[in-house]
Design a protein around this ligand. Structure first.
Ligand code: C2E
Ligand code: CA
Ligand code: CA
Length: 431
């Protein structure tokens, strides 16, 4: 039974309505493109497990209110599940299908507010188009679903448009998913390292460990292809342990060579929330004694607000152990400034998106300047990511960033190569 058939059985009325409305719309708009949208809302299940069904019901009502207000006179929507909606929109002058989809996403930019809580929902929309991507509803929904499914890999993009490649990408994803369990079992992973450079002296301060999957047939698979899969299916915990162990061992090696360099490891929010991370790290450090201030964890900004208290507690414990806490991808999440004051942090990493076009975009310079200002007040160090040319380096130094990381210095390298890099490194841009 496919998912549409399951939906049909679970929500017969909504599904029948959706089918009828599709045929009607198709008749009415024979010359126009019609967008078939699948909206997924992340976060409701967590609200359920944290606050119970009555809060979910209220959340559901608020979602429906926003969708009704948006689609009235413009399109149609159907609640298929609490976390999933179908929408139709026949293209009109002045509002493209893509813009309609972005409008749907924007409905969830504001949190849902209740007396005592505030929740952000993560909206993702998949889009397929009649007649380009199919003529019957089943195909169009399948394709919209495929477009949205592929989005799960994306951190920033929230609208997925079906293209002929979507199915191939999806196929690859399913292939990886099926192979990942064995990969974790066989520890088919390597950690590459990329240096972070002191913006004042040019010295190598630390190395960021970046995981690669050493697949027996596919070769090296980058983390963007499998980390979010591992987060979805829970393998991230075992994968995270493999990565941490490698990182800590490499740190021991650096220590044995008298190299005064730290290591940072990326940690997913799921790992932090599981409660297993701290005991694992404690055991690991008991078996591999290292100066803990040389170990850093990079967590990303997209931690949901309702988990905040628990996250704060975990981070405090890590810092009490001496471990440095980095906030990664800063500027790409939802309520950045709100987090900043509450999270116990040592270092902020400014996302590559702000560095990428720094030379031309004065607004990015302004943003970085203000982030640096805030972080000085909060006594945080600032790493700028994705530094690719000397001009960016100069600007970032003048804006007051304390560390720099990017291809300008080095790509992420395997253990042996990073060791030779360290040996032969000289701070050419800092004389
Ligand atoms: P990230 O933590 O933001 O890592 C930075 C990414 O930007 C890396 O991609 C790095 O290779 C790339 N990068 C660094 N400098 C430059 C530059 O100058 N220009 C450009 N264009 N790119 C640059 P990578 O290795 O593919 O990692 C992607 C993401 O995967 C990481 O983003 C991180 O979020 C995640 N990741 C990597 N390793 C792990 C891990 O062990 N655990 C978890 N949970 N996530 C990981
Ligand atoms: Ca990182
Ligand atoms: Ca980052």
């Amino acid at each position: 039974m496919n998912e549409n058939q399951q939906t049909e059985m679970l929500f017969p009325t909504a599904f029948n309505e959706a089918v009828e409305a599709f045929h009607l719309l198709k008749q009415q708009h024979q010359q126009t493109k019609i967008g078939i949208f699948v909206l997924h809302l992340g976060g409701l299940t967590r609200i359920h497990s944290t606050y119970g069904f009555s809060v979910v019901r209220q959340a559901f009502q608020k979602v429906n209110k926003r969708l009704t207000a948006y689609t009235t006179g413009l399109g149609h929507y159907f609640s298929i599940q609490e976390t999933k909606y179908y929408l139709y929109y026949a293209e009109q002058d002045g509002l493209t299908l893509q813009q309609f989809a972005e409008g749907v996403i924007n409905l969830f930019a504001e949190p849902l507010r209740f007396a005592a809580y505030e929740f952000y929902l993560q909206a993702k929309v998949g889009l397929s188009v009649l007649p380009d991507d199919g003529s019957d509803l089943e195909t169009l929904l399948k394709n919209a679903e495929a477009a949205s499914y592929y989005l799960k890999n994306e951190k920033i993009k929230r609208v997925g448009v079906f293209t002929p490649e979507t199915n191939a990408l999806l196929f690859k994803k399913v292939f990886y998913e099926n192979n990942l369990i064995d990969a974790v079992k066989n520890k088919e992973f390597l950690l590459y390292y990329q240096p972070k450079i002191c913006a004042h002296t040019g010295r190598i301060i630390s190395l960021e460990g970046l995981v690669r999957w050493d697949h027996p047939l596919m070769g090296l698979v980058p983390p963007g292809e499998f980390v979010s899969l591992a987060e979805e299916n829970g393998l991230i915990h075992l994968l995270g342990e493999i990565v941490l162990e490698k990182g800590v061992r490499f740190l021991s090696l650096l220590q044995s060579k008298n190299l005064d360099i730290s290591i940072t490891i990326n940690v997913s929010a799921e790992q932090l929330l599981s409660g297993n991370l701290l005991p694992y790290i404690q055991n690991l450090l008991a078996a591999n004694p290292i100066p803990t201030h040389r170990l850093g964890l990079e967590i990303t900004e997209n931690i949901n607000l309702y988990d905040l208290e628990y996250v704060i507690e975990q981070l405090h414990t890590l810092r009490d152990m001496g471990i440095k806490v980095y906030l990664d991808d800063f500027g790409t999440g939802y309520s950045s400034l709100q987090y900043l004051q509450q999270l116990p942090l040592d270092v902020l990493k400014i996302d590559r998106a702000f560095v990428m076009n720094l030379e031309e975009r004065e607004v990015d310079q302004l943003i970085i300047r203000s982030i640096v200002g805030i972080s000085k007040k909060l006594d945080l160090e600032i790493v700028a990511e994705g530094v690719e040319n000397p001009r960016q380096l100069e600007i970032l130094r003048s804006l007051g960033c304390s560390q720099l990381q990017g291809y300008l210095f080095s790509k992420p390298l395997p253990e042996d190569d990073i060791l030779s890099f360290i040996e032969t490194y000289s701070p050419v841009y800092f004389s």
